[in-house]
Design a protein around this ligand. Sequence first.
Ligand code: NAD
Length: 491
Amino acid sequence: MELGWPCSLLKVSQSDMANTAITVARGDGIGPEIMDATLHIIQAAGARIDIEEIQIGEKVYLAGHTTGVDPKAWDSIKRTRVFLKAPITTPQGGGFKSLNVTTRKMFGLYANVRPCVAYHPYVDTKHPGMDVVIVRENEEDLYAGIEHRQTDQVMQCLKLISRPGCERIVRYAFEYARRNNRKKVTCFSKDNIMKMTDGLFHKVFDEIAAEYPEITNEHWIVDIGAAKLADTPNAFDVIVMPNLYGDILSDVAAQIAGSVGLAGSANIGGKYAMFEAIHGSAPRRAGQNLANPSGLLHGAILMLVHIDQPDIAEKVHNAWLRTIEDGIHTYDIYSEGVSKEKVGTKEFAEAVAARMGQKPEKLKAVSYSSRPNQSAASATSVRIPAKKDLIGVDVFLDYTGGTADELGAKLATCSTDALKLNNIAARGVKVWPDGFPDTLTGDNWRGRFLGSGIVTHQQIIELLGKVAGAGFDFIKTENLCNFDGQAGFTA
Ligand code: NAD
């Protein structure tokens, strides 16, 4: 559907101040309509931008580009470093890569920032006053995409957490809190179980929190933290968490604030940034002038702050709040008795544009200050690496030849002078020696071989030669190292 605003996607130069070039993609489904509406509103506020449009999404996928982006389009993002993206439709079936994951990885967009705000009483919510910002680590964790089928029965997905990755995201969260006058940063992790990966995230959180004494900090185990967030979101302010928990809980937080349809998000890297709505392309609503453009508009507001136009961001955000407060609502948030007028996408955008310069009277007006200090946010510490000593090896086996005791007896004969079989585990539970007979075993086993001191790679290769020679199908090995004398593996 053509909404017909002049110059909405043309190159525009609107003021004599220097314009910032941004890359824009209209996407699929409701994407073009909500992008038109968003650009109409920010241009009405005087956004100082030059727009470069690129093609992404379904048509590009179907034309044979597995990432959903025309290869030439990357050049525009590399040039402008700022990408405002409408939702896309990912075609059904295999072979298509997630455009979001590709973009995040390619441009190092390590921080996903998602403000989740309630607009009570104008948008229905069980949590009036909710105002939580989720800061999600965006590149690591289980999203590294390193998966293997190890045996007939067992699949593996590697969870990787790095110290620089933790430092960047945690520092970003504290810098965000400082800049936005937030009082508390909470860390969610599962370090009672994943003592090394989530343990590192928590440890780095504690270290960096100490550098921000004016900001309260706390840590919650993610399961009970999630329950508290769903029940009493007002107990939180900024929450920082690893990738997977952030993926799930940022949707929960947006929904309990009122609607996933209202939230926008920023994906921030050292050099590049991408801004979007959190919802999808809603194909059934496409082309009907029905969709709510507020999610993408909130993404655009985050973008305006990022490109150092806080004055415009503030004008747009306050005009939007005033529109919501005046009861001008799209179908998805329309409520009889609360709303005054049900409007379409275009009329909603015109209502916001008409309120430019106004502030809300009941809802809290927003104010924005100048741009984040990216260099401070991306700084990682310089450390002396720990002393690493190789002391053994875990050998993972695909084995269906007998019980744990039978496997133990056979595998022990593979021990060498340098490396002796210490124990065998199945799915992380010790089954030899002295295993519990009821422990469920399958075809995936881990034999742990330890030396009496430091061992060499050559000694591990000799051990593997014996393991293979005994007819075992070893599927992978994992070296066991001490770091500064501390075990770099779980017991
Ligand atoms: P969706 O978010 O598109 O829609 C879910 C529900 O919310 C639908 O009922 C829809 O009508 C409604 N809705 C969503 N946005 C709305 C808006 N702005 N105004 C009014 N109502 C709105 O999720 P889905 O249906 O699961 O996915 C549709 C497509 O979007 C899929 O191809 C999916 O892969 C894609 N998707 C893309 C992104 C992205 O580009 N970032 C994110 C999520 C889903």
